[in-house]
Design a binder for this molecule. Structure first.
Ligand SMILES: [Fe+2]
Length: 377
């Protein structure tokens, strides 16, 4: 058993105020750049961070499900200006984009050349993650997920040198997060924790983090959804749960829910957290026979307890379905993906790297059944 997480983590309300000090003391850098998106600029957060770093260059063109073309274009510019740190500021997309750009800043080629494990030749630039949503976990993992636009496929680019050097996780940064983003990113974090707990590579260390994350997230997500500015304990617990869910899945894996959501995200640009929320209960129902004891553990530790393990596990699944409804997550049919697309989604899901980590084996037909069940519910 091993556990690897080399990122220096600053966690707590107001930690962002220490940014300039952290850059000098921990990273000893002088020429950082910020990678973000236009929504974070509009929220005022880029302004808040940039005023602590006078003259910092900002790249704000990262889109949802970040695209290889965007990454490759920014990389050309970075190779000219030679920064000494990439700061990813935003949700999962700017953080994953920042990791990919840290790699391309020191390695020739396109991001498509680095798909897989440790394909870089030179060490990537140091990378700092500043998450502004409560779901990605990317601030404590080594993976960057980038959509290859020519293949319409989400590539995983990873390696031990791709962990953020430092992450600042400040729950105050999610104070004004819109309700749909709280719901989708909060349930993405829940999916990370649940999948990490049930995945084949889970260990006692990842289990401890996963279980803690499930408890924190389920206890906080509705309060945060109702009033994230006022419910500061829920806000902090949600962000804390999201980060330790990252510890868990970063050292075990995700499972079939992410295999489907990554396929749908690449093909139809569906927000990642929405896709996870839709498929989590259906994949759990499929997995139940293979991990009834562990699913019953999750149920009991979160207050859904019955004498029988199977009944407890079913209560847990029903709770997630009801929770998604209360958090106003759209249903599968509302994504406007036609049934005749299911075969391509199933094929892509089978070929996802995490398919083998699912606790119950799945083939193309099993994915088709899960898609049909989700569509008809
Ligand atoms: Fe995710």
């Amino acid at each position: 058993m091993h556990f690897h997480m080399p990122t220096k983590l600053y966690f707590g309300p107001g930690e962002i105020q220490n940014l300039a000090k952290i850059l000098v003391n921990d990273l000893k850098v002088e020429n950082p750049v910020i990678v973000t998106d236009k929504g974070i600029v509009a929220s005022g957060m880029v302004g808040l961070v940039a005023q602590m770093l006078p003259g910092v260059k900002v790249y704000d063109t990262i889109e949802a499900n970040p695209k290889s073309d965007t990454i490759n274009a920014i990389a050309c510019d970075l190779r000219q200006i030679k920064p000494d740190l990439i700061i990813g500021l935003g949700g999962g997309s700017p953080l994953d984009a920042g990791k990919a750009l840290a790699l391309l800043a020191t390695n020739p080629g396109k991001i498509e050349d680095f798909e897989g494990l440790e394909k870089y030749i030179n060490d990537p630039l140091p990378f700092m993650a500043i998450p502004t949503t409560c779901g990605t976990g990317s601030e404590v993992t080594w993976v960057s997920v980038i959509t290859d636009v020519s293949r319409k496929f989400k590539m995983s680019i990873k390696g031990p040198k791709m962990y953020p050097a430092v992450s600042i996780v400040d729950p105050d940064l999610i104070k004004t997060l819109p309700k749909p983003i709280i719901a989708s990113t909060g349930l993405d974090a829940l999916t990370h924790a649940v999948e990490a707990y049930l995945s084949k590579p889970a260990t006692p260390i990842t289990d401890t983090n996963a279980l803690g994350a499930v408890q924190l997230i389920l206890g906080a997500v509705e309060g945060a959804f109702m009033d994230i500015e006022k419910n500061h304990t829920d806000r902090e617990n949600l962000m804390y749960g999201s980060t330790i869910a990252g510890f868990a899945f970063g050292n075990s894996d995700v499972t079939a829910v992410h295999c489907i959501s990554e396929s749908i995200g690449a093909l139809y640009d569906v927000p990642h957290g929405v896709a996870n929320s839709i498929f989590l209960p259906h994949v759990l129902a499929y997995n139940l026979p293979a991990c009834v004891k562990k699913m019953a553990d999750l149920a009991r530790k979160t207050g859904f307890s019955a004498v029988d393990d199977k009944v407890s596990a079913q209560l847990f699944i029903s709770h997630i379905t009801a929770l998604s409804k209360r958090l106003e997550i759209p249903v599968f049919k509302e994504l406007n993906i036609a049934r005749n697309q299911f075969e391509i989604i199933a094929d892509m899901s089978v070929s996802n790297n995490s398919n083998g980590s699912n606790p119950r084996s799945l083939d193309r037909n099993d994915y088709l059944k899960i898609l049909e069940n989700a569509f008809d519910s």
